[in-house]
Design a protein around this ligand. Structure first.
Ligand code: BG6
Length: 518
């Protein structure tokens, strides 16, 4: 098939893409199309890419799911999803051009015939267009059917369509990618039977966040931080991914997961890797991912000793959030009476390499914490207390660089300053950079960036197979230990607090304290 038409003449609203980003004509198939993620994130992201002229001229979207839904009803559901969840209001004019190429395909995930008819449908789209299209499969289903979908994509021939050309098929796999090391390995093996690694896009939506991408820019596009970004100057690193929300209506899912699987294994470990990695030799995906894997592999196995170990888990109890009383974890809908799932986990990591040996990385994530705040705090060593100290009275604070991932995205530098007056007294002061002030606040959502990157074949912001396994390798012994321990060692914290007292010990052992984020 030859390329016979020009994107921009067919769809003037799409002008710009082929010049700037060059995604080839694409059919996106979303497995799990009637799910929550599709409505909340995927469809609004696709709409906003349309608004920004970043969809290819020939763009088709097929929703796939078990429930039969007529095409027009599916389109109306997608209209509603945009109205409710898009960062920009629904523009009928722009959406209509995408909408007319939206359809729905009903079928089971292990139903070979339904996959064969899906393949025929996409072949039909190619024939109608008179040109080749790239197939982009978005697997947004419960993980239990990931393998069945991948194997049917292979058996139906869709995975191999136009292989080794720019139209090669791609597959985006949502989290959770496995539930432990063994299942992640099995899933990787199932994928490898069908796809080449270059076709696989394992998603971690934190990598699509502007502030997370900016971490590499802050580190490697400035010359003032890198010389002090090491064990000589850094005292500790604290990474917090806190949410004020509880498990809400997701109790059934969440209880099979817990904070360690849901947030630490993926999002938080990615923040560790980006904070600690060496400068990559270039910005190509493999160079960056090679450096991240090295960090993950350099993290020492954790001590699981329930008294002095590196790990703390806890569950929220009833408390107050924004002045409103909220339930404890065990009272939430869908949580079994004998649940031993944690809603909070904190870890003390040691990275055994030249740069970080001896610098503790404290990481924590929890639901129903005091407020939504994700941040990376680099705490530098204190200056020697010989000048501005009188006993401990005027002791100076440690300099801290805080990269605020969300909300209130920005970077803050905490430094010491003289309090005006006749005495020489010091006080920590803050220098702020705020994205919203400098760049305005309507920045793209993570999913916009990630879907666009997958369409243009850039896997930098996706997780490579060995990366996910390295992270599971670290986390799995903790999960196994907790499973064996049942309730033993489970701490509690009041909803609306900064987590359990037990987690203070992790830092106190080294004379550190958790920051009160914000
Ligand atoms: C998801 C988790 O991956 O990330 C959720 O499954 C969590 O439990 C969410 O709430 C947090 O994402 P964000 O972008 O709101 O920080």
């Amino acid at each position: 098939m030859t390329q016979t038409s020009n994107d921009e003449s067919r769809h003037p609203f799409l002008k710009g893409l082929s010049k700037h980003r060059g995604a080839p004509p694409t059919v996106v198939v979303i497995f799990g199309a009637s799910g929550d993620l599709t409505a909340r994130k995927l469809i609004p992201a696709i709409f906003n890419l349309g608004v920004d002229n970043l969809l290819p001229g020939d763009f088709h979207l097929i929703g796939y799911g078990r429930k039969p839904i007529p095409d027009e009803e599916f389109r109306s559901l997608m209209d509603e999803a945009i109205k409710q969840h898009s960062r920009r209001p629904l523009s009928q004019e722009i959406w209509e051009r995408v909408r007319q190429h939206v359809s729905y395909h009903a079928g089971g995930y292990d139903d070979a015939e339904a996959f064969a008819s899906l393949a025929a449908k996409i072949d039909g789209i190619e024939q109608d267009l008179g040109r080749e299209v790239q197939r982009l499969f978005y697997v947004s289903t419960p993980p239990s059917v990931f393998s069945a979908i991948v194997s049917n994509l292979g058996a139906s021939g869709m995975a191999k369509a136009h292989q080794h050309t720019k139209f090669a098929s791609k597959v985006i796999i949502e989290k959770p990618f496995g539930h432990d090391l063994e299942s992640a390995r099995e899933l990787n093996a199932a994928i490898k039977n069908v796809f080449e690694e270059s076709q696989v896009y394992r998603i971690d939506h934190y990598l699509g966040k502007e502030t997370v991408q900016d971490l590499l820019v802050q580190r490697f596009a400035n010359s003032i931080f890198e010389p002090i970004w090491n064990r000589e100057y850094v005292d500790c690193v604290q990474i917090t991914v806190a949410e004020s929300l509880g498990v809400g209506s997701r109790g059934g899912y969440y209880d099979t997961s817990g904070a360690l699987r849901d947030m630490i294994q993926n999002h938080t470990m990615q923040l560790v890797a980006l904070t600690a990695m060496e400068p990559p030799v270039s910005l190509d995906p493999e160079s960056i991912r090679d450096e991240k894997v090295k960090v993950l592999k350099g993290i020492q196995p954790l001590s699981l000793d329930s008294d002095g170990g590196d790990v703390v888990r806890a569950r929220y109890e009833s408390g107050m959030i924004n002045g409103e009383p909220v339930k404890g974890y065990m009272e939430e809908e869908g949580i079994p009476e004998d649940s031993t799932t944690e809603s909070y986990a904190a870890l003390r990591l040691s990275i055994n390499n030249w740069r970080w040996k001896g610098v503790p990385f404290y990481i924590r994530s929890g639901k129903r914490m005091a407020r939504r705040a994700s941040e990376i705090a680099i705490q530098f060593r204190r200056p020697p207390g010989i000048l501005f100290s009188e006993g401990n009275k005027f002791d100076v604070a440690a300099n801290t660089m805080v990269i605020s991932i969300q909300p209130d995205e920005g970077v803050t530098l905490v430094m010491n300053s003289k309090i005006p007056g006749l005495e020489t007294r010091t006080q920590p002061v803050k220098m702020h950079f705020r994205y919203a002030t400098t760049f305005g606040s309507n920045t793209p959502e993570a999913y916009e960036r990630l879907i666009l990157d997958a369409m243009i074949g850039d896997s930098t912001l996706f997780i490579r197979g060995d990366e996910t396994e390295a992270s599971w390798k670290l986390i799995t012994p903790i999960l196994e230990h907790w499973q064996q321990s049942g309730e033993a060692g489970m701490a509690g914290y009041a909803a609306g607090s900064w987590g359990p007292r037990a987690a203070e010990r992790l830092l106190a052992d080294n004379g550190h304290e958790w920051r009160r984020s914000g």
